[in-house]
Design a protein. Structure first.
Length: 94
């Protein structure tokens, strides 16, 4: 699929040989969503910022690119305080 400004969907293989991604963008080329790998990790990016990572051990990080538990969520501010979890510096370990 493409527009007059170029492709809306792109498959990229990076020169490092360890990562690849599928990129979706809007027609004015400003907003992108990327799904891809970094070494053995699976990543989801929006606006060229990593939002979700599942590492090679199966740990999932939301807002955290190095999760060390099954699910780790990082808040944008220090106000993240879920009532059923422990909260350490804006990172909830569920």
């Amino acid at each position: 699929m493409s527009s007059a400004d170029g492709p809306l969907v792109t498959i990229l293989e990076h020169s490092d040989g360890g990562s690849a991604e599928l990129s979706f963008r809007d027609t004015n080329q400003t907003d992108q969503v990327k799904i891809g790998t970094a070494d053995s990790d699976f990543r989801v990016l929006t606006a060229n910022t990593e939002r979700i990572r599942i590492d090679s051990n199966g740990n999932c990080g939301i807002g955290n690119d190095s999760p060390n538990t099954s699910l780790q969520v990082k808040a944008k501010s220090g106000n993240f305080d879920p009532s059923t979890t422990d909260n350490y510096d804006g990172v909830a370990i569920l």
